[in-house]
Design a binder for this molecule. Structure first.
Ligand SMILES: Nc1ncnc2c1ncn2[C@@H]1O[C@H](COP(=O)(O)OP(=O)(O)OP(=O)(O)O)[C@@H](O)[C@H]1O
Ligand SMILES: [Mg+2]
Length: 260
């Protein structure tokens, strides 16, 4: 069955402050949805709330992955159900090697009694690292410690490729990538684009979308999707910025500020 992900009327607060004010998005398997929007409008909050980050309290709405309510699940259950987030600011974990981290993440996703064998894991990891043109040494370094900005992003894509998720959320995975790395990462995403997987790509720039063609582009302001369209919307934003949307909709301050 093709993947089907529905976010409905999602509201979330951080320390009692409402950041997400009712988000609706439907992603079918094979589709790529891009979310664009000015700084501080709630894009990363949406990603974190869907993954179950404890700082964000979902107060209303649903997030159904193939009919199952994610919001009822613990963080590890969401990963096991097939949710994956490449974070805007990937964390460093000293003392845990990249390869150990990846292997336990894969095993957590596969579930008890279904662990991947060490040999098979190493073969898969090395294969994917090669596709991403990563230096094999990165397998043995501590997770993200001392990685450059672009190296961290490439490493997030390595995790995505190995974890075989159903819904992939990429939060500014293109920021800090050099031109070649952008192409390599985009190719990685394109090979993963099958009908049992959907993508939500948060980005500020159209250039990633030149390589990974979105089916839908959504603009987020004030914790809401205020406009949706096709790839042409991203092109317009690149050319004209956000003012025209604000004028069209009568929005003065686009951030999730104190105003209502
Ligand atoms: N943990 C937190 N504690 C307090 N405020 C937060 C927290 N996380 C997010 N916010 C606030 O919520 C608002 C939305 O933040 P978010 O990170 O979702 O924005 P964004 O759209 O991803 O912006 P950017 O494009 O700059 O990444 C901001 O005003 C931010 O300061
Ligand atoms: Mg963000």
């Amino acid at each position: 069955m093709a993947t089907h992900f529905v976010i409905e009327g999602l509201k979330a607060t951080i320390e009692e402050k409402e950041i997400l004010k009712g988000i609706d998005i439907e992603i079918k398997g094979g589709e790529v949805h891009a979310i664009m929007g000015p700084n501080g409008t709630g894009k990363s909050t949406l990603a974190s709330a869907l993954m179950g980050h404890p700082k964000y309290e979902v107060t209303e709405g649903k997030a159904l992955l193939d009919g199952e309510d994610l919001l009822e699940m613990e963080v590890d259950e969401r990963a096991r159900a097939g949710m994956f987030l490449a974070m805007q600011y990937p964390s460093e974990i000293a003392g845990v090697t990249n390869s150990d981290f990846l292997r336990s993440a894969i095993n957590a996703r596969r579930g008890e009694g279904n662990e991947v064998s060490l040999i098979k894991f190493i073969r898969q990891m090395e294969g994917k690292m090669k596709e991403l043109e990563m230096n094999p040494e990165f397998a043995h370094r501590y997770l993200n410690e001392g990685f450059s900005g672009g190296e961290k992003k490439r490493n997030e894509i390595l995790q995505m490729m190995l974890l075989d998720p159903k819904i992939v959320i990429l939060d500014e995975v293109d920021s800090g990538l050099d031109i070649d790395a952008l192409r390599i990462v985009a190719e990685g995403v394109n090979t993963m684009r099958t009908e049992d997987r959907g993508f939500l790509i948060i980005t500020h720039y159209q250039r990633l979308l030149n390589y990974v063609k979105p089916d839908f582009v959504h603009v987020m302001m004030q914790g809401r999707i205020v406009k949706s369209g096709g790839p042409e919307l991203a092109e317009r934003l690149e050319k004209d910025g956000y003012d025209w949307i604000k004028e069209e909709l009568g929005i003065v301050d686009e951030t999730v500020g104190e105003q209502v």
